[in-house]
Design a protein around this ligand. Structure first.
Ligand code: NAP
Length: 488
């Protein structure tokens, strides 16, 4: 009876190292790991020991006989990955432990931000005996997108907070909540008391849709809407007009699916979740019946992942359909699992709450006078008549974007801090700036899952420790008083 990885997989690789027969793939050393949508148990090799179940921080792995109806599709998804035989060692290769060659003083690191990338970096640093970490978070609550980004009804994914709590319980880690670096304490003050400062500030803004009408009332970004329903203090007082029967979401990544689901599920199913009470109240009064999720390319290029699509297709009380399937799938021969699921969806109906996926539409103009009345698209690649969709709410879900950090170099094209393996680079000289590092989305851009940050942070910490060993970091001793004063 094999075990099965299901929707809430965060891809941190914990299960891989727990497995005694290395049957969970891809492993973090595999180049496929970085872009994998989830990990997969090989049903033919699984010895049913359950070690992976214990190791998974988000309870994503279940024995085959405990899958509920909505999860059964994951048995085939896990098995399909292993249909192509791959050579693998008997155990997943483990990274060698960090080695510190300097023992004259302990390593002290400040981390700016407290999302998963920050806490995974802290976890790695704290593997070094005597090392100390200070985490600075501007909000009164830690863990960034774990609270502010993960959908409130994704209860299992949110359990990652338990693992982050366990890491932060180390007495060598000090968490400074409500302290903004740049306002309450400066970078130079942190550098004066620490060997290094690691920026883990994420991608706080959203990409803007630059078309006429984008500024009309009734147009919102997914970043705002997600922050609102998750009770983020910067957005808790927002109000969104949910009085029209249709909303349109531009972009079809996982964020778009989250927003579409929250706007269409029976609000009763959100009770008892982490949803903000004001948002739940607004959703109870909502008149939205249909959310149209629009991709500018075809179904094969859908940006959402297979696990999220499976989860969405099994959402009780919400119909999911592809509009005009004959046109959407025209010319697509491939039948990969995502396309097969999309093709197998029942045709769109016009009753009940529903999510409709539309393809090959490029947003051209948002219509309305004093507020939004709809959105017009052209067919991507030309040809065909323009398409207009009536809607009272248009949500742009076209990706997050990193914001410049005061006093730090910034690459406006990628929305990241320029870096080499996490070492911040001076754009003028191209040389690493001693003591400054990055992890997470501000390092590599807004892609991947919570667990993707683990290997990203481990790589940066490895570079940091190399620099510490090579004597490239400034000695911290004797310069502690200034920052202690600043954070007191
Ligand atoms: P995303 O996956 O990058 O998707 C962005 C979408 O916006 C794509 O469909 C993209 O189309 C479209 N787009 C970009 N510019 C556009 C434009 N000018 N006009 C029309 N469409 C445009 O971004 P995301 O959904 O914000 O997700 C960010 C990351 O967080 C992803 O790695 C995602 O998997 C992750 N995440 C995961 C979960 C989960 O696992 N449950 C939940 C939320 C987020 P093209 O593909 O054509 O560029």
């Amino acid at each position: 009876m094999p075990h099965v990885v299901t929707q809430s997989c965060v891809g941190d690789g914990s299960c891989v190292y727990a497995c005694p027969v290395n049957c969970i793939q891809p492993t973090p050393d595999d180049p496929a790991f970085e872009h994998a949508e989830m990990l997969h148990v090989d049903p033919a090799a699984c010895v049913d020991c359950g070690a992976c179940v214990t190791a998974c921080p988000v309870d994503a792995i279940k024995p085959h006989h405990r899958l509920d109806a909505g999860e059964r599709a994951f048995l085939a998804v896990n098995a399909a990955y292993h249909r192509t035989p791959r050579r693998r060692p008997s155990l997943a290769p483990v990274r060698p432990p960090l080695r510190v060659r300097r023992h004259d003083r302990p390593l002290r690191v400040a981390i700016v931000g407290s999302g998963p990338a920050a806490i995974y970096a802290a976890d790695e640093i704290l593997t070094i005996p005597g090392a100390r970490v200070s985490v600075y978070e501007r909000l009164p609550v830690p863990y960034g997108l774990v609270h502010a980004g993960v959908a409130p009804d994704h209860r299992r994914t949110r359990r990652i907070a338990r693992q982050l709590d366990a890491i932060c319980a180390d007495p060598r880690l000090r968490m400074h909540l409500g302290v903004e670096v740049g306002r309450d304490v400066t970078r130079d003050e942190l550098l004066a008391t620490h060997d290094a400062v690691v920026y883990a500030v994420g991608a706080a803004a959203d990409r803007r849709l630059e078309i006429p009408g984008a500024e009309l009332p009734g147009v919102a970004s997914a970043t705002e809407l997600v922050a609102w329903y998750n009770g983020h203090p910067d957005h808790a007082d927002r109000a969104f007009d949910l009085s029209h029967r249709r909303a349109v979401i531009v972009g079809n990544g996982n964020v778009a699916l989250d927003v579409a689901r929250i706007l269409t599920v029976d609000p009763a199913t959100l009770e008892g979740t982490a949803i903000a009470p004001r948002a739940l109240e607004a959703l109870r009064a909502s008149r939205i019946e249909e959310v149209v999720v629009v991709g500018r390319r075809g179904p094969a290029e859908s940006a959402f992942t297979l696990p999220e699509l499976i989860g969405l297709s099994a959402t009780p009380g919400v119909d999911l359909a592809v509009a005009d399937p004959a046109d959407a799938f025209a010319g697509i021969a491939s039948d990969d699992p995502k396309l097969a699921l999309l093709r197998g969806l029942a045709p769109a109906g016009d009753g009940g709450r529903r999510i409709t996926l539309r393809y090959r539409l490029t947003p051209a103009r948002i219509d309305g006078g004093d507020r939004v009345t709809g959105i017009a698209f052209t067919r991507t690649g030309g040809g065909g008549a323009p398409t207009a969709i009536d809607a009272g709410l248009v949500v742009t879900a076209i990706g997050y974007r990193g914001m410049p950090v005061d006093g730090m170099p910034f690459d406006a094209a990628t929305g990241t801090i320029p870096n080499d393996d996490g070492r911040v680079l001076d754009p003028g000289s191209g040389e690493a700036i001693p003591g400054l590092y990055v992890v997470g989305w501000i390092k590599r851009g807004p892609t991947g899952f919570i667990g993707t940050n683990k290997s990203c942070s481990q790589d940066t910490v490895r570079a940091l420790v190399e620099d510490f060993n090579d004597g490239l970091l400034r000695p911290a001793e004797g310069r502690r008083a200034a920052a202690d004063r600043a954070t007191a």
